[in-house]
Design a protein around this ligand. Structure first.
Ligand SMILES: [Zn+2]
Length: 481
């Protein structure tokens, strides 16, 4: 998997690969080795005592207790006694999480940092190997060496694109990893490569794929078609998944869930189950009533992550801020680890008096299944603009819309926002903001609240005009800004 000049290091690496592969296969087959997990947990605590991040919070007696506890009981007895690590504690002092010299890492990466400070997330040889095998063993159920994959992840500072390239190498799937300029958004060359190389797998964030499809439509190019979509890096609910399948003819998977900081905590199987990687993480769910371990029973709340295979920068009870659901059901694929469903970031909620509206609510209304006339346009992408009691939904479509179609879509959306005026306006192109879900999350990229005057500046000139006109028609007194 990696070429290393040093013979001894190469031999050690081969052993790590062999052992971790065996562990993953055993865990997926349903035999969880609690003693092995316990030993990794205690090693993680031991490593954490060398990190400045836990200097004031990790009491030495807890490590001593872990060392004395039978490995199969270590996680159950001790995990809940460790303090929770808030997101801000890590983003304020990411480098302090290191337990090794920087030169002992293999690659330096950071989280994207658009919603806070970038957090250092370098990869060391041992955690890279574990994470790659964790993903690869499940993707092997979906991909084969006959596939040709496009990795389209515009995030050079973050580890994702490199990580997924390693997974495809592990599976001996040919891949290409081009770059698209965020400013010009010119996909001409990527679209040509997809056609010429007969690329049949897309790996990347759904907003990026949508932007490429829109580019093809605007420029009269055939939209790209795929067999398999491996989507990641932003919340993709059922309506969004179906939408992308309809546009590309592919079968779509929310392929992996995790972050630069934690690594990949859940990976899809061929039945689209996101399986938790329990061989590499001790996971908990937290809500107002406290935290409890993920044990396979149905549950819902914020995911709390303790890494077991990231000794170079261990995370103990890290609060992800992500709302998740544990299904509590078996997956038809036979992999025995619990299934996760992501519900988005806790802040990704439109709060109107008395009700909260989430991404999937909006997308179910926009991309509703059901009979449609053959020449009715499809909504490609959208953005919500909120101003006082008016909600304006800007959409890009595959073709011109008639009044009947506009009224039907408007009625479906309006049902989500009782007591508000809702207007639907097709536009040629959405603000670039709408394709930045990967960096900003749903609410910051798709919902523009003009209650905050500064947000007007986020609208490029032609769209600003549409917004001003529409708002003026609905609420003349409020659009003179
Ligand atoms: Zn499964």
């Amino acid at each position: 998997m990696l070429l290393l000049r040093d013979t001894e290091a190469g031999r050690e690496l081969a052993e790590v690969i062999r052992d971790h592969t065996a562990l993953v296969r055993k865990t997926h087959a349903g035999s969880t080795d609690q003693a092995h997990r316990g030993r990794k947990f205690t090693a993680t605590l031991r490593a954490a005592t060398r990190s400045a991040l836990y200097e004031d919070t990790l009491r030495p007696e807890l490590l001593a207790l872990a060392e004395r506890t039978a490995p199969e009981r270590a996680i159950g007895d001790i995990l809940a006694r460790l303090p929770l690590l808030p997101k801000t504690a890590l983003s304020d002092s990411g480098h302090q999480a290191f337990t090794r010299e920087l030169s002992e890492f293999l690659h330096y990466y950071e989280s994207s940092g658009t919603t806070g400070n970038p957090v250092a997330a370098p990869k060391a040889l041992d955690d890279l190997v574990a994470n790659t095998i964790n993903i690869g063993e499940l993707w092997a159920r979906i991909l084969s060496p006959a596939d040709r994959a496009l990795i389209l992840i515009n995030a050079p500072f973050a580890p994702a694109a490199y990580q997924f390239e390693k997974v495809l190498e592990y599976l001996q799937v040919m891949s290409l990893r081009p770059w698209v300029d965020n400013i010009t958004g010119d996909y001409t060359r990527v679209l040509r490569l997809i056609r010429e190389l007969k690329v049949n797998v897309f790996v990347g964030p759904p907003s990026r794929l949508l932007e490429m499809i829109q580019f093809a439509h605007r420029n009269g190019e055939p939209p790209p078609a795929f067999d398999t979509l491996l989507l990641m890096a932003e919340q993709t609910g059922p309506a969004f998944v179906r939408h992308l399948e309809r546009l590309t003819g592919a079968r779509a998977h929310v392929a992996a869930y995790g972050s630069s900081e934690t690594g990949t905590t859940a990976v899809t199987c061929e039945h689209r189950g996101l399986h938790l990687q329990t061989q590499s993480y001790a996971l908990e769910i937290a809500d107002d009533t406290g935290a409890r371990p993920v044990d396979g029973r149905p549950d819902r709340g914020e995911l709390i992550v303790t890494t077991l295979d990231v000794l170079a920068r261990p995370l103990l009870r890290y609060r992800t801020g992500d709302l998740v659901e544990i299904a509590g059901a078996d997956c038809p694929c036979g992999v025995a680890t619990p299934l996760l469903r992501t519900l988005g970031r806790s802040q990704d909620l439109i709060t109107l008096e008395g009700s909260g509206i989430r991404q999937n609510d909006v997308e179910s209304a926009l991309w509703a299944d059901g009979p449609r006339t053959p020449d009715a346009p499809l909504i490609l992408n959208y953005m919500l603009v909120v101003r006082d009691r008016t909600i304006l939904c800007l959409v890009t479509t595959t073709g011109p819309a008639d009044r009947h179609w506009t009224e039907a879509v408007t009625a479906r959306l309006a049902a989500l926002f009782p007591g508000r005026e809702l207007a639907l306006r097709p536009v040629e192109k959405l603000p670039p903001l709408a394709s930045l879900g990967q960096y900003l999350g749903w609410k910051l990229s798709r919902v523009l609240d003009l209650g905050d005057e500064r947000n007007w500046d986020r609208l490029p000139a032609p769209i600003r005009g549409v917004v001003e006109e529409t708002l003026a028609a609905y609420a003349p007194s409020t659009t003179d800004s």
